[in-house]
Design a protein around this ligand. Structure first.
Ligand code: B3K
Ligand code: ZN
Length: 855
């Protein structure tokens, strides 16, 4: 496949100010007529032909200025039409069969409804067009369909007319006043009902809000609607951004490759990010909905009003919008817990990516298939880079920068460089060197050492940075790394205030005055920079921070570092002291001030995957064994406390408020420890929690414990759960996932049989992720030495690639980490990749990921 390079960007030769589309919709045969008002760019050559992208479509008719034309050609799917002159009207007709579109890109069918996904390059599967984000058009769309089968017809913008046609058909005319790139086009046709509400913008404009779902799901849309209204208010208050249409529609669909899509005025969502009630959704699901609804809504400004010039700029909208949704969720709930969650995600998904063969900067230099670049790097590291700007600039100056950015580029297709320049101009700051973050792949390593001179009372923080050398070569070497730091009194833990240390050279020292005693270093507080910290802190100092640090993230981090240090030493067979950990846990458990949700966070051991990431060579079984031993020891040592906590945090009547949620979380964590304490009643306890649960958080927590056990309670509970929820696909996904995450030795076999379960299908991405996605996260079973786990994933990828390349390609990185594992596993993983690579007809998506992983 061809490689597209950032440096090869050329502005479009033709612009399309106006687009008219007419859809005759049907599941098997849809006719699309388009009328494009094409204008030659002043900088284009006078005989530059019109090239309109197409993918898997062919025109049934082409007309220019009303005259039929036959002198067009199809070149690699694209329609090439010789044209002279400056402007024309081009009409094209295309026929589609949405029912056979298994890629879920373009126009496709999901449960008898029709919907679209165009980002990044799906519009070209609907009709021929300059399918690139820097061509913005005003769209007028007429949709016509059978009224009984498709009573609801939705598109971007405002509904301007509707009526009944012949033969039981009806039509609706839509007009979107805001020029947009083709990737933001969307339509939906189906038998849907709406949760209808309204919002008045701060300048007094009324907005009609609808969340469209299938009949029967209506009473599960309340949380999403609240999140939408909260987001609309928040964006007004925090960024001064108001909604700009009279109508905002959201539609939930069951078959969707990603989480959701920000199409102008018509967001389309994976139903898992809309539907929730306590009986079917966990607290984490509720949070996911709030975050994704906000994310898509925020795109209306960061993405839609100001869009991307080309796909290399993807982080311009995604990194910024993730940062915006993270800040929103932090404001809606607990900022401390949200930050811990954000960092967990970054470390679980982005750090490994940045350390492997698929590493790329947040603004990549090249790609083969853009769908492969919707990555944790673009999204989550992109968000960290925006967060660092905020840290450097301060909130007020940051806001001045974003105001100028929105103002200056409204209605335009902008670049990351435009964003940084606007932040500099509006916020009055120099970001010249900071720009290096945009082109540097890899997670920087920072070493931090503290020295102290009792004579002068000075403490010196010695810092140095090292840029990783992997993936695309960095052009630059020195990053601007903002490190929030405090020096804690070794007795009391008090400090004289937080300081921002800017590490902007390879090495730099900061001398701080006024420390009679040797203070304890608390650095990268709040995770102010997305780096790996290599500090020389002793276990004693970490234990001190884990008891005293007033920055919740830093306190959490101290516990994590303490445990990580212990566990990695154990795996390597290095002598290490365990008592210090047990003392730290005792202190945490004894801290009366601690909030239960935070306590639960502190008690969770670093994940097996994270521990593996700290090692030069990963042995998942050894890591698992050591981690379980420590868990068991903590569990036995503090069994009484855990039992007491477990009883005392019974959340009572269901509520979504912070206290009830905290109790549910702590309850699940303590149940996990009780089960790990070799008590005889683990299965009984978990089963009782399962039976008595009035909410999914408690049920799932109980099932997660049962899933590993050899007890009849496990079978009874899983069978019961299936019987209860078999008609709810989102809950059934949990049933598949929980079994795929089981530590039982027969898990690989169980997955094999689940893949033939009547409820399993490769056609639904949620179901595929539920089974196989959960399995690849199950370190000890996925990495079973038999290699069967790898083979299973390879075979699934090969089968899925024929239907849905985008979703298939998402599984490659798990195998792509083969170089990190011990020899035997490494070889087996590589063989699985080779098997995929040897397939005769791989999609561009899978081919790019596999070849880069093997290179
Ligand atoms: N912008 C969409 C991504 C869709 C990409 C599909 N290949 C979702 C989001 O980030 O909001
Ligand atoms: Zn997004």
């Amino acid at each position: 496949p061809a490689t597209i390079r950032r440096e090869d960007y050329r502005p479009p030769a033709w612009f399309i100010p106006e687009v008219e589309l007419d859809f005759q919709l049907d599941l098997e045969r849809t006719v699309v007529r388009s009328k494009l008002d094409v204008r030659r760019s002043k900088s284009a050559k006078a005989d530059e032909p019109l090239v309109l992208q197409g993918d898997d479509i062919s025109p049934t008719s082409v007309k220019v200025d009303g005259e039929a034309r036959t002198d067009w050609t199809l070149v690699e799917g694209d329609l090439v039409l010789p044209l002279n002159g400056a402007s024309h009207s081009v009409e094209i007709e295309v026929e589609l069969d949405p029912s056979t579109n298994t890629q879920l890109m373009g126009l496709y069918a999901s449960n008898d409804m029709l919907c679209t996904q165009c980002e990044a390059e799906g519009f070209r599967r609907i009709t021929f067009a300059p399918d690139r984000p820097d061509v913005l058009s005003r769209y007028q769309v007429r949709m016509e369909a059978d009224k009984a089968k498709f009573p609801v017809l939705l598109c971007n913008g405002d509904k301007v007319a509707e009526g009944d046609g012949e033969n039981g058909r009806h039509w609706v005319q839509w007009n979107d006043p805001w020029p947009k790139p083709s990737y933001l086009f969307a339509l939906v046709a189906g038998d849907l009902v709406a949760n209808n509400d309204s919002f008045t913008t701060r300048s007094g404009k009324p907005v009609e809000l609808n969340i469209w779902v299938r009949d029967g799901d209506l009473d599960r849309t309340g949380h999403a609607m609240k999140a939408l209204k909260d987001s609309m208010r928040w964006d007004e208050e925090t960024y001064g951004r108001e909604y700009d249409l009279g109508l905002f529609n959201i539609v939930a669909v069951s078959d969707f490759n990603m989480g959701a899509m920000e199409n102008k005025g018509l967001n389309i969502f994976n139903s898992r990010y809309i539907l929730a009630d306590p009986e079917v959704a966990t607290d984490a699901d509720f949070d996911g909905i709030e975050g994704v609804v906000a994310h898509e809504y925020f795109h209306n400004w960061s993405g839609n009003r100001v869009t991307c010039r080309d796909w290399f700029q993807l982080s311009l909208k995604e990194g910024f919008t993730v940062y915006r949704d993270q800040s929103f969720s932090a404001d809606m709930g607990s900022a401390a817990l949200k930050r811990i969650e954000d960092v967990r995600i970054l470390r679980a998904a982005q750090f490994p990516e940045d350390a492997g063969p698929l590493a790329h900067p947040i603004r990549p230099e090249s790609y083969q298939e853009i769908s492969n670049f919707y990555t944790a790097t673009i999204y989550n590291k992109g968000a960290e880079v925006i967060r660092m700007m905020n840290t450097l600039m301060g909130a007020e100056s940051f806001r001045k920068g974003t105001d100028l950015y929105f103002d200056r580029h409204d209605g335009e297709a902008a670049t990351c460089e435009d964003f940084v320049t606007a932040m500099e101009d509006g916020g009055e700051i120099d970001l010249k060197q900071f720009r290096n973050w945009y082109e540097t792949p890899g997670t920087p390593r920072v070493t931090a050492n503290l020295s102290h001179d009792p004579q002068t009372g000075t403490a010196t923080v010695h810092l140095s940075q090292k840029i990783a050398q992997n993936g695309e070569k960095p052009k630059s070497s020195e990053l601007v790394i903002p490190l929030k730091t405090a020096l804690l009194d070794p007795e009391t833990g008090a400090h004289q205030g937080e300081q921002l240390l800017l590490l902007d050279q390879t090495e730099k020292s900061f001398v701080l005055e006024g420390y009679r005693d040797h203070p304890v270093l608390s650095i990268n507080r709040g995770f102010s920079a997305p780096i790996i910290l290599e500090s020389s802190q002793t276990a004693e100092q970490l234990a001190f921070l884990s008891a005293h640090d007033d920055d919740p993230f830093a306190r959490f981090e101290a516990v994590q570092r303490l445990m990580t240090g212990y566990l990695t030493a154990k795996v390597l067979g290095t002598p290490v002291d365990r008592d210090i950990i047990l003392h730290a846990v005792a202190k945490i458990l004894g801290d009366k001030e601690i909030d239960p949700a935070f306590l639960a966070e502190l008690l969770v051991l670093p994940s097996e995957a994270f521990l593996g990431d700290q090692m030069v060579e990963v042995d998942p079984q050894a890591i698992h064994d050591e981690r379980e031993k420590l868990r068991g020891k903590i569990a036995v040592q503090f069994e009484k406390q855990f039992r007491k906590l477990y009883k005392s945090c019974w959340p009572g009547e269901f509520s979504l408020d912070a206290e009830a949620r905290a109790n549910r979380k702590l309850r699940n964590v303590t149940l996990g420890y009780l089960a790990a304490s070799y008590t005889d009643d683990a299965a009984e306890l978990a089963f009782e929690q399962y039976r008595e649960a009035d909410n999914m958080t408690a049920m799932q927590g109980a099932l997660a414990v049962l899933s590993h056990l050899e007890a009849e309670e496990r079978t009874i509970a899983f069978d019961d759960f299936y019987a209860k929820f078999k008609s709810n696909p989102l809950v059934l996904d949990k049933w598949f996932s929980l079994q795929a995450m089981s530590l039982r030795p027969d898990t690989v076999k169980r997955i094999d049989s689940l893949s033939r379960h009547p409820d399993f299908t490769l056609s639904n991405p949620n179901r595929v992720r539920a089974l196989y996605g959960a399995f690849t996260g199950n370190q000890v079973r996925f990495h079973d030495l038999s290699g069967k786990g790898y083979q299973m994933i390879a075979d699934m990828v090969i089968a899925l690639d024929k239907q849905n390349p985008q979703t298939a390609a998402r599984f490659i990185p798990q195998l792509g980490r083969w170089r990190r594992y011990e020899r035997e596993r490494s070889e087996l993983m590589r063989l699985a990749l080779e098997k995929i690579a040897a397939q005769p007809e791989l999609s561009k998506d899978v081919s790019e990921q596999v070849h880069k992983s093997l290179a």
